[in-house]
Design a protein. Sequence first.
Length: 294
Amino acid sequence: MKSDKVILVAGGDLRQQYAAQRLRQKTGAAVWTVGLPAQPNLHFAETPAEVPAYDVLVLPVLAGSSGETVPAPFGTSPLSLSELAAQGKPAALVAGGGCSGVAHWFEAAGMTVTDYLRREELCLANAVPTAEGAIRIAMEETVRTLHGASALVVGYGRIGMALAPRLRALGMQTEICARRCETRALAQMQGFSAVPVSALAQRAAAADVIFNTVPVLLLSETVLKALPPETLVIDLASRPGGTDFDAAKRLGTRVVWALALPGKVAPMTAGEIIADTICNILEERSVAHERPDR
C-alpha cells in the first residue's frame, strides 16, 4: 500500500526509530526522520527545514519538556519546536507523548495535537513489556530463583493484571493487594488470593518481592519497617511513585524504582506500539471525515 502522505518522526530514542519503520510498513507513506540516525527505506533530514510539508508529525515520549525544543539524543542538538511547527500542513496531525505543554506551537497553525500516552490501547499494550521488565529486574536483584518465592502485587490495573499471571507461571506464590472490593473479586475470580490495603503491612512482610503499580504512597515508612532486610521492592508506578523512597533509604530497604520500562527493555516493541496507536488515530480521523453530515 502506498500513500502520498508525509510522516515526520522527530527526535526521541530507539522507540522512535522502530516507530518510524513500522509507520512506513503500515501506511505506505513517505516517512522522514530528523534528530534520529539514518535508516534504510526512510528519508533522512539533518534539520526540519529539509523535510517536505508533513501530514503527520510524531513526537517522542515526554515531548518538549523544556517548552522550546524536542529532545534528540541521536542528533547534534535538540529540535526547535517552532521550526517543526513551521513545516506542517495546516490540518496536520501531531502525536506525542505527554505533549500538552507544547501543543500551542502547533494548534496556533490549525493543527490537531493528540497525546498517544492517553490512548487505552497503548497503555494496555505497554503493560506487557512493563511486566516482563519487572520480572527481569526481580531475577537480577535477587539471589534465589523466583520459582518458590512469594510475590505481592500492589494494585490490579493494567500492569498488575499483566504481571500477576506471569509471576504465577514462573512458580511464584502471588498475592494481590487492592483497594476496591470489586478489584479484589476480579483477582480472586482469576485464581489469586487478594487482600485489602488495610492488610498491606502484614502481607508485605511475608513477601520476598513486592511489585507496586499504584502511583499513590502506599508503601509508607510504617509498611517498610515491617519488611525483612532481604525483601525487594520494585516500584513500577509513574511519578511520584508509591514508595516512601526517603524512608527506604534510611531503613536500608532495597527499592528499585523502574520508570519507563517499555522503552528500556523492549524499545522495538514499544516503538511498534506507538506506531500502531498512531495508525488507529489516523483511521479514526479518516472515518470521521468520511462520515456524512447529519
